[in-house]
Design a binder for this molecule. Structure first.
Ligand SMILES: [Mg+2]
Length: 123
């Protein structure tokens, strides 16, 4: 599997099958899944906690590869919980991303914010 050939539906089905095969649906409530996604996001953040001691800065290829693997694992944890959340709420992820991206495009017009970020003044 890779990003080029795998659909969101396939990943959602894989997550759904994992949950159903273990009869864990009763644990996968929207609240539990939202909390779990945030917990996993914290684990992802922890990997970047001490930026000045990041493996890349140390120039140790083995440590860099291990760090990259761990980042991938935590990123997967976050995404899997979010997909399970979408499954539990029957939310279409692609439609939600598209709608939110459209809001962001309107909130941050490229010709007005190119090269810098500034929080928009509420209107
Ligand atoms: Mg984790």
């Amino acid at each position: 599997m890779n990003d080029t050939t795998t659909t969101i539906a396939q990943l959602r089905d894989m997550m759904r099958d994992f949950v159903v095969q273990r009869e864990w649906q009763r644990y996968h409530t929207p609240r539990n899944l939202a909390v779990s996604a945030a917990v996993e996001a914290g684990e992802l953040l922890e990997l970047f906690q001490w930026d000045d001691a990041a493996p890349a800065a140390a120039g140790n290829l083995e440590r860099v590869q291990l760090h990259r693997q761990r980042v991938g694992e935590e990123l997967a944890d976050v995404l899997m919980y979010l997909m399970s959340l979408a499954n539990s709420l029957n939310l279409d992820i692609a439609a939600a991303v598209q709608a939110k991206m459209q809001k962001n495009i309107e909130k941050y017009p490229a010709d007005k914010v190119r090269g810098f970020y500034e929080r928009p003044v509420p209107s």
